[in-house]
Design a protein around this ligand. Structure first.
Ligand code: HEM
Length: 409
């Protein structure tokens, strides 16, 4: 992405500017001519969709902030004022709240795409690891954002999650008080969550820039997992993938906006329409759906510290995937046995999500325990073993061969 190109633009003004700051050369090389594998399928549109959702969150968030007050006595009412009195305030809020959920949906699909097609393997390890850091920062951002309306679920989510740190031996209590900025979840907590919720999306934007930079150094992986060998294996990014991505973004928005306009609180919890009350604990404290698998893992372990360690480990372990899965073949298209275990893994994540929404007792607790075991076994046992034991199906010599063998052109 150095942008040093020898391309001569026809327009003299652009030529003049570009020879001083080669922004136009960079756009031409990285977003227009960029050689992209010709066999990418629709699972490759979700990175662009995620980037679009980040922009939606930034724009709606910045306007919401103009009417929101981060104070325990005023936050809940200021959100109600946004909903009732601010012109199109309801739309801003529903776009932002549902936007967070659809952002996670896009990123989760994006991650499973990477898992299936082995996009984390060399030389894309750094790209993958930046992705995991993005996921963790996204989670922190969403959690702190959820606290801001200061409803019952907001408040109690803050209490439950900050209290997790008290499980750390010796220093736990001190850390929790440091997080709170006092001796309970209170005004200083709300204000620091607000400050960080505003800051972190910009950190995310910077991380996404690095993510795409790393992508443009290695180039895309593809559904066959074969490296690009000749120019014939690729197409220029524009117009082929710009148009495909745009189409996918529009379809995704149809679904997203259907929720915003017709069922904006479908994914929410009614109890968050009740103002925060430190004296009344809700019967069930349940996070948003995109945290449910991690929540299930947290509660699957009988010991508090153990639960906290397992939950954080579920986010850290995938970072090491490029070194855990040593199979020379990337795409699960050519690894039928691993593919079977992959689908079990996807089911385990869904089941963990369902278990996370149930009270942590009885049969569901055991379902969550088995799901948690499988989650870690997939990364730490199954993938390393499969890399050694499975004999993959023959991989076509090039992307072009793979496309032609399926009757493509
Ligand atoms: C804000 C969130 C994210 C944004 C905006 C984003 C954006 C993108 C874009 C635009 C691409 C290229 C198009 C595509 O392959 O879909 C990409 C590729 C990729 N991303 Fe992300 N990403 C995000 C999060 C993540 C996460 C959480 C991971 C993994 C943990 C990840 C892993 C990857 C990998 C491995 C590739 C290369 C894919 C390939 O070429 O096969 N990304 N990302």
């Amino acid at each position: 992405m150095s942008g040093h190109s020898t391309y001569e633009f026809k327009n003299p003004l652009i030529r003049w500017f570009d020879s001083r700051l080669p922004i136009f050369s960079m756009i031409k090389a990285q977003a227009i001519d960029f050689p992209t594998p010709r066999n990418l399928n629709y699972w490759w549109v979700f990175g662009g969709i995620a980037a679009t959702m980040l922009v939606v969150q930034l724009v709606t968030g910045i306007v919401l902030v103009m009417h929101y007050t981060p104070h325990v006595d005023l936050a809940f009412d200021s959100v109600e004022k946004i909903m009732r009195d601010v012109n199109y305030g309801w739309l801003l809020r529903w776009l932002h709240a549902n936007g967070a959920a659809f952002f996670f949906l896009a990123v989760y699909i994006h991650i499973f795409r990477g898992l299936y097609y082995g996009s984390y393997k060399a030389p894309r390890e750094v790209l993958w690891m930046i992705g995991i850091v993005i996921l963790i920062v996204m989670m922190a951002t969403a959690f702190m954002g959820y606290v801001l309306p200061w409803g019952q679920m907001s408040y109690w989510a803050a209490v439950v999650i900050t209290n997790l740190f008290s499980a750390i031996p010796w220093v736990g209590e001190t850390i929790v008080q440091w997080l709170w900025g006092g001796f309970s979840v209170d005004n200083p907590t709300l204000q620091r969550f607000f400050s960080l919720h505003y800051l972190l999306p910009f950190v995310l934007a910077a991380l996404v820039f690095l993510h795409i930079w790393a992508l443009h150094v290695t180039g895309n992986n593809n559904p066959d997992g074969i490296e690009v060998k000749t120019e014939q294996d690729t197409l220029p990014f524009h117009p082929y993938y710009t148009m495909k991505d745009l189409y996918a973004i529009l379809v995704f928005f149809l679904v997203f906006l259907a929720f915003v306009f017709y069922s904006p609180w479908y994914m929410g919890h009614a109890i968050n329409f009740v103002p925060a009350d430190p004296l009344v604990t809700p019967a069930h404290i349940v996070p948003e759906w995109y945290f449910l698998p991690q929540y299930a893992m947290l509660r699957a372990v009988p010991d508090k510290l153990g639960g906290v360690v397992v939950m954080f480990a579920s986010l850290i372990v995938p970072m090491f995937l490029p070194w855990l899965d040593r199979s020379p073949v990337r795409s699960l298209r050519y690894r039928p046995l691993t593919r079977f275990f992959f689908w079990l893994f996807a089911i385990a994540c869904l089941v963990l999500g369902i278990a996370g929404a149930q009270p942590a007792e009885g049969a569901w607790l055991w379902v969550a325990r088995i799901g948690t075991l499988y989650y870690f076994a997939y990364f730490l046992v199954i993938l390393p073993l499969m890399g050694k034991l499975e004999k993959p199906k023959p991989v076509p010599p090039s992307i072009t061969d793979a496309v032609l063998s399926r009757g493509g052109h």
